[in-house]
Design a protein around this ligand. Structure first.
Ligand code: BGC
Ligand code: CA
Length: 319
């Protein structure tokens, strides 16, 4: 049996770690006795390239495809081709719109609920603010904040921001938004955006909400570059729990993060792929609306971060 994995960009921190996990899950299936070959393709952010890669993978005889779309609004070429050759697709992480997923009954999606991650980030930030008088540097009773957003059009960007901010408000935190910048999930871009925001607002920024860990770390990089003293730093919140993110939570550079369960998502993808290829066990899988599997997010602070570190170590041991 052959599995094709196509992903939008290898240099994305979360995706590269998730792909490693996914590979590990298929190797695990092999150890359990399934004969599986995995082929992987990086689209380097071009949907045209990915369309061709998918055709190539199907041409090479893949029985099922796992696709992390470049442009989540533009899967039609891939869907048409897969359908013509009757190759099921499990989309992951970048969610196609419902109408596209409805086009054929062999299309699935594995991911996580963006709103939940935003709510958790908001709760974590609210908790930190309520626990420490120092976060409100200028003591005006309001928290001056900025947001670093992921790619425009990504299902996780807008929803994470909205639900984090709404949750903070619901928890009774008075907020003042100073600025907002798109940094496309990317650490270097986040550093640049943050440099601009610091330039505009000097030491007024008290809270940085980032749609992912890499951007939270990019914001930190900006402060480090400017040699801002520890006591003048805002607090930083991320999402993902990537290796670098967890490390930063453990040593206190990030206040907290929200775990994007790449292990759970990878296991769900592999199990579904195996069921689709062998024709066995599909009715054992629980779907939402017949084609969606969402894994829950988890809050991570310095109190429980070691649990997630352990998880990583165990995964590595397995390999
Ligand atoms: C993750 C980001 C990642 C993006 C890629 C999001 O769910 O939180 O870190 O860059 O997916 O699509
Ligand atoms: Ca303030």
């Amino acid at each position: 049996m052959q599995v094709g994995i196509a992903y939008y960009n290898q240099s994305d921190t979360f995706i590269s770690q998730m792909i490693e996990c996914l590979k590990g899950e298929f190797e695990e299936l092999e150890r359990e006795g399934l004969e599986i070959t995995v082929m992987m393709r990086d689209a380097a952010e071009s949907q045209r390239v990915q369309d061709d890669q998918v055709k190539e993978l199907i041409g090479a005889g893949c029985d099922v495809l796992c696709v992390n779309l470049v442009d989540r609004a533009d899967p039609s070429e891939i869907i048409d081709f897969a359908r013509e050759y009757n190759v099921p697709i499990i989309f992951f992480n970048r969610e196609p719109v419902a109408e596209d997923l409805m086009q054929w009954d062999k299309l699935y999606y594995v991911g996580a609920d963006a709103k939940q991650s935003g709510i958790m980030q908001g709760e974590l930030a609210a908790g930190a603010i309520q626990a420490s008088r120092h976060i409100d540097h200028n003591k005006d009773g309001k928290i001056q904040y900025v947001v670093l957003e992921g790619e425009a059009g990504h299902q996780d960007s807008i929803i994470r921001t909205e639900s984090a901010v709404n949750t903070l408000k619901e928890k009774g935190i008075h907020l003042e938004k100073l600025s907002c910048g798109i940094a496309n999930w990317n650490r270097a871009q986040a550093q640049n955006r943050m440099m601009q925001m610091i330039g505009q607002h000097q030491n007024q920024i008290e809270l940085v909400l980032a749609n992912n860990d890499d951007m939270a770390l990019g914001a930190l990089d900006a402060y480090k570059k400017l040699n801002v003293t520890e006591s003048a730093l805002p607090v930083f919140f991320g999402i993902d729990g990537t290796d670098v993110g967890l490390e930063a939570v453990a040593d206190g550079r990030l206040s907290a993060t929200v775990y994007n369960d790449k292990e759970g998502q990878s296991a769900a993808i592999a199990r579904l792929a195996a069921a689709l290829m062998t024709g066995k066990g599909i009715h054992m899988i629980q779907f939402e609306n017949k084609k969606y599997i969402y894994l829950p997010y988890k809050k991570v602070t310095d109190v429980n971060v070691h649990v997630y570190y352990k998880k990583e170590e165990e995964e590595q041991k397995k390999e």
